[in-house]
Design a protein around this ligand. Structure first.
Ligand code: PMP
Length: 441
């Protein structure tokens, strides 16, 4: 039965919307009321092609019956159970299934409810890990310019987005940032760019400045999604891995977007052949259907906490909803769907088609860069002088009217469709987006 959720204009007042121009939205709302596979249905009854997998999360497409049924069944059987000093089977099963698809050596899973919580959890584990091993001076954290690690105080401190930081006080102490890797000489590169691996050497400079014995961890997105699909230059992640290993610093990959098949492997770590010490995940873990995140850690990290008396809590950290039964059931069904439908392999197979499709937009007005990898891509537009973000935002609105849901960040259009997208739907996207770009000029 369809849910009847008709709203009068005044009913929009109470919800203070996140990362939204509230007044603009409420003057001309873009309302979604249903979803199936690759499409949303808008409130005015139009089918809108979802080219963003919701918010980079619905990797198997929308309203997949197996996931829906798993949630319904778990909700009816046991709605909630705590994971503090208690357990229930679904959380343990999901942890095992995650370890099955993770890079070798990632053997332990700490559940959270979001990407932001995964990031703050990983940062806390990193500091506590060194302390547990008698290296309590290792407390400094290193992030990267233009990094996005969610909106907790830890995440915005290591993150590198000015607007996410500057309104919120002094943030965490003891944080440094590597330079971002978005270089003009890599413009219009297909796949991984050539220039910029040397930017990882900046880590040596930071280590020399503070001393390795003060540094706990480096956190980066192996491929930055939210800040406009910024790809790691060839050799860059390998260098970061080598330098962190040399100095006993933990390397954390924030795989909140790159996890669960986006690049054609379960995780970006496998795609790039570089294994970190921890990975943060969320989004595609439950196909976006129920909030859930997870931190994956090596046995070395986990075991460092396990040497005290066995009846004493080892890590003073956790959430009321860590390993929530309904979220766990959704996660198990989601991973089964990815596996049974071969969706990670499908993303890898479609990647060359996707690459040539999005690069075909290069001659459109105001396009200054196009980037792609796996089933993710970005079209960067020349900003309107004095009005940054306006050009892309206008295109986002027009694209929605034309029946495609894209996402914009600054003047960059980002696209990350569900991994079930067909070639015909990719063609449809390119045709419609091309028309919108032309019309906007
Ligand atoms: N890390 C990365 C790399 C992300 O892309 C995001 C969300 N886009 C987050 C963390 C935060 O996730 P959440 O919004 O679930 O807190």
């Amino acid at each position: 039965m369809a849910l009847d959720r008709k709203l009068a204009p005044n009913d929009l007042r109470a919800f203070w919307m996140p990362f939204t121009a509230n007044r603009q939205f409420k003057s001309a709302p873009r309302m979604l009321v249903a979803a199936k596979d690759m499409y949303y249905t808008s409130a005015d009854g139009r089918q809108v092609l979802d080219v963003t997998a919701g918010l980079w999360c619905c990797n198997a497409g929308h309203c997949r019956p197996k996931i829906t049924e798993a949630i319904q069944q778990q909700a009816a059987e046991m709605d909630y159970a705590p994971a503090f000093q208690m357990g229930h089977p679904a959380a343990f099963e999901l942890a095992n299934r995650l370890v099955d698809i993770a890079p070798d050596g990632m053997d332990h899973v700490f559940f959270t409810n979001s990407g932001s919580e995964s990031v703050d959890t990983a940062l806390k584990i990193a500091i506590a890990y060194h302390r547990a091993r008698g290296e309590g001076t290792r407390t400094r954290l290193i992030g990267r310019e233009r990094g996005y690690h969610g909106v907790g105080f830890g995440g915005i401190s290591v993150g590198g987005i000015v607007n996410n930081r500057k309104f919120f006080g002094s943030l965490l102490n003891g944080v440094d940032h590597l330079p971002h890797t978005h270089l003009p000489e890599n413009a219009m590169t297909k796949g991984q760019p050539e220039h910029g691996a040397n930017l990882a050497d900046e880590l040596e400079r930071i280590v020399a400045l503070h001393g390795a014995e003060t540094i706990a961890a480096v956190i980066v997105e192996p491929m930055a999604g939210s800040t406009g699909v910024l790809l790691p230059p060839k050799g860059y992640l390998e260098k970061l891995r080598a330098i962190t290993k040399k100095h006993g610093i933990l390397l954390i990959f924030d795989e909140v977007i790159t996890g669960f098949g986006r690049l054609g492997s379960a995780f970006a770590a496998q795609h790039f052949g570089v294994t970190p010490d921890m990975m943060t995940t969320a989004k595609g873990l439950t196909n976006g259907v129920i909030p859930m995140g997870a931190v994956l850690a090596t046995a070395e990290i986990h075991d460092a906490f396990m040497s005290g008396p066995p009846n004493v809590i080892e890590l003073f950290h956790g959430y009321t909803y860590s390993g929530n039964p309904i979220a766990s059931a959704a996660g198990i069904a989601t991973l089964a769907t990815y596996r049974e439908e071969g969706l990670f392999e499908r993303a890898a197979e479609l990647a060359p088609y996707w690459e040539q499709a999005i690069h075909s937009l290069k001659d459109h007005p105001h396009v200054i860069d196009i980037r792609n990898m796996g089933l993710i891509g970005a079209v960067e537009l020349e900003p309107i002088e004095g009005q940054p973000t306006k050009r892309a935002f206008d295109i986002f609105v027009k694209a929605f009217e034309a029946g495609i849901m894209i996402r914009t960040t600054g003047d960059i259009i980002a696209m990350s469709p569900p991994l079930i997208i067909s070639k015909a739907q990719i063609d449809d996207l390119i045709g419609k987006l091309g028309d919108v770009l032309k019309a906007a000029a």
